[in-house]
Write a protein that binds this ligand. Sequence first.
Ligand code: FAD
Length: 414
Amino acid sequence: MMCSKKNIAIIGGGPASSTLAIRLCRKGCKVVIFATPGRAPILVGESLVPMIVPMLQDLGVEAEVAAYSVYKPGACFTYNADEAFMFRFADMPKDFPSYSYNVPRVQFNATLLAAALQAGAKLIARNAQLLRVDDAGRIELDAESIQAAAGCWDGDKPDLIVDAAGRANLIGRLLNIPMQKGPRQDVALFAHVDRTELVDPGYVHNDRIDQGWCWRIPLPGRVSLGFVVPEAYALQQGETPERQYDHLLKTDTVLQRLAPDAQRVTEVLHFSNYQSISDKLCGENWVMLGDSGGFIDPVCSSGTLIAMTSAYKLADTLLADKPLAEYEAVTKRHLKAWFEIVGFYYNGRLMSSINVGQTLEDTIFNRWLFAWISGHVFRIFSGAAASHPFSLKVLRLLVTYGLKDQNPDVYKIK
Ligand SMILES: Cc1cc2nc3c(=O)[nH]c(=O)nc-3n(C[C@H](O)[C@H](O)[C@H](O)COP(=O)(O)OP(=O)(O)OC[C@H]3O[C@@H](n4cnc5c(N)ncnc54)[C@H](O)[C@@H]3O)c2cc1C
């Protein structure tokens, strides 16, 4: 193996970490994962986009994931409670997966981590701490973590430390690396509910509500329901996340029509401080992977896709002994593309242009045009071409010049 960084420490036990570990261990790297898995009763990240499926196949876990997940044939967007747009993956270009999964996330993480251990990674069940070594921005693991991993690497220290600890952003905080922030100041309130009808039992549902939007993700025996609302609006609903969630569940006029009987069956988790990309993703002996380097927004279910594709890119970069700057450039481009894409959802332009497409006069040319544009749009939202310059250009042109006389404010997310 020509790779000069083959003794790797990965902090975090989420999908980014496990995916990287599997890819590196298969090529003979010595990988140690620092994580304390299995503590949270529920985790976000349950709706997966189709382009995750080929990765699950490559990692050898699709059958296991399928056994406890809900098969996902598409996505349903509701606007104004009575306008629904169903987006069926089977209508996508045929060279892409026509399905995905809605996953109970605690089990999903456990499956990937078990696969990483089976591939040869070592798990140290502790939360690693990081220390700054010098002003040049080198970092190291705390002495206890090094000691706990004794014998796992060639030598007593890793060649590279990977921060895959999610939005904890360990390295960014340690080195005071600025984050580029997005325009929205939303919070997400997340729990599982029962007694909730869905337009289609496998589809992920995205509903525009009085202020903000909510997701409804079908899981075995229950539905994940999360609110994404402006922070100030959440605070008006009650003092605690539980009160805010329960109040929204009972009083939002759209949900009253869509899920009038929904009952919360878990605790409520609260998330803020997202829509951000770290200014730097790598240094001399460290790299950020997955949410630690940037998390855009839950709306397009792109988080796990970005985390896992970045893990593939990082593994390829390390194994080919290329500069980490190459991984950084590709990953930032991917994150920035999703920033732009989710903006088209929030400003109402995406739905307006879809609406125009659906009401086009039925001519041969229009049918061809609709199929051609849809192909590019599907490629983006399935995760296949989110940062592909040509598909992005088509989407930009569509939401800029394809609105005819539609006012995008009708579909804007407040
Ligand atoms: C509200 C919300 C909804 C979302 N919905 C979706 C969705 O439907 N679909 C989707 O694809 N994505 C979704 N995401 C994004 C998705 O959850 C993440 O993008 C994805 O989990 C990133 O994976 P990761 O491995 O980078 O980080 P994580 O999954 O966050 O894993 C990081 C792990 O590191 C651990 N850790 C933290 N500090 C330490 C430490 N010091 N030592 C050791 N371990 C540590 C954490 O406990 C965690 O287990 C959502 C995110 C939010 C906030």
